[in-house]
Design a binder for this molecule. Structure first.
Ligand SMILES: [Mg+2]
Length: 167
């Protein structure tokens, strides 16, 4: 089974990703998925905890950049509001957006991590491009298709848990 489907680290929520954890992983740039990682599909308003995390990270030493497959304006509007760099139409698990981000910051993939909620887009895109993958639990799989997709991820989550890939 390809390692590309296995996250480097799994956490319950994006807000559990700390600068200390990133330093431990040797991460110099954190790419972020948007939908169901920062906010659910159903709202543009982050929780107070997520808003505080975003503001802390945006002011920190390790740059953050949203790398989203979304084509919707809401991602750009959100990122502008919180002063976060942003790449849309990323086409994860393909490398278009990830490569654009690496070029923009002039970093090697091994120095970067991508945090996201989906194994078949975020984890696979990160690992197959040479980046580290941080798998977060989806904020809200609010419909049947999101729930069904998560079921297809469970074998990889099970393997990762048994390898004790935790923070
Ligand atoms: Mg997502």
């Amino acid at each position: 089974m390809s390692l590309s489907f296995l996250p480097t680290v799994m956490v319950d929520a994006l807000t559990d990703v700390t600068p200390e954890l990133l330093r431990k992983l040797g991460v110099k740039l954190l790419m972020l998925d948007f939908d169901n990682t920062i906010v659910p599909y159903t709202t543009n308003d982050p929780t107070p905890e997520m808003e505080a995390w975003l503001r802390t990270m945006a002011a920190g030493e390790i740059p953050i950049c949203v790398v989203s497959n979304s084509k919707r304006d809401r991602v750009k509007i959100f990122c502008a509001k919180y002063g976060i760099d942003c790449i849309t139409h990323a086409k994860k698990p393909f490398h278009r957006g990830i490569r654009e981000c690496l070029r923009r910051y002039g970093l090697n993939p091994s120095d970067c991590a991508l945090a996201g909620d989906q194994i078949y887009t975020d984890t696979l895109g990160a690992r197959s491009s040479g980046c580290k993958a941080i798998l977060v639990k989806a904020i809200d799989n609010h419909n049947f298709w999101l729930k069904a997709r998560h079921v297809l991820e469970l074998p990889f989550i099970f393997i990762a848990e048994n390898r004790r890939i935790t923070k």
